[in-house]
Write a protein that binds this ligand. Sequence first.
Ligand SMILES: [Mg+2]
Length: 274
Amino acid sequence: MAGIVVVFDFDKTIIDVDSDNWVVDGLGATEEFERLLPTMPWNTLMDTMMGELHARGKSLADVAGVLRSAPLDPRVVAAIKACYGLGCDLRILSDANRFFIDTILDHHGLTDYFSEINTNPSAVDAATGRLRIAPYHDFHAGPHGCGLGICPPNMCKGQVLDRIRASAGAAGKRVIYLGDGRGDYCPSLRLGRDDFMMPRRGFPVWELICEDPSLLQAEVHPWADGAEMEETLLRLVGRVLLEERNLPPLDCKLESLPAVAVQDGMPMTLRIKN
Ligand SMILES: [Mg+2]
């Protein structure tokens, strides 16, 4: 197992759209969503929208069907499989919800690549079949206490990242964090100097980082699309693996190794000449 934890946001990072909007738009409830948006937190709104869709006769199978059509770049799939093959511990940290994420990962055969999914819990009401979506952090019981002023009331991803880093499986490992949204800014500030932040270029977290890059300790490596994500992520993983072996900086030959591993789908074996 490599000493690397890769933490992925989900919406607009693993999939190329926002799963909440994708479901609402796909099932024809955009107008109602936009009418209610100013009146309640996003997480509460999504639970409300699941009730609204249910009342309109849309079943859980309808919701799942729309989720399965969400676009996922094949280069992102390749990046996930390659990182796993190289021994990285992959986790998801998302403000979507468990049903949406499970449905999409299962559809693409990606479920087993992730050791943990941190997101808003969901449950199906046994009597009605209606999907319920609850907050990750129960803000009705009290605020999560993050003082940054950016995190939504139901989830401070920075606090979740701290918990991940302190967990038995991740302690002492280097983190590579990928995300696009405002909610991904708080964790980016908590990464250490040996970690890496991969913000999606041109998206809100990138704009926030650009306001004052000196606030981050981690190296910042932006990406714009699936191909650039794959290339950047595998380059960083390859670099950490070499550093773990106390090797000098990458030369061209060594840098090509992760790409070989992608094709083979096998863990990378470094052969070192002394
Ligand atoms: Mg996102």
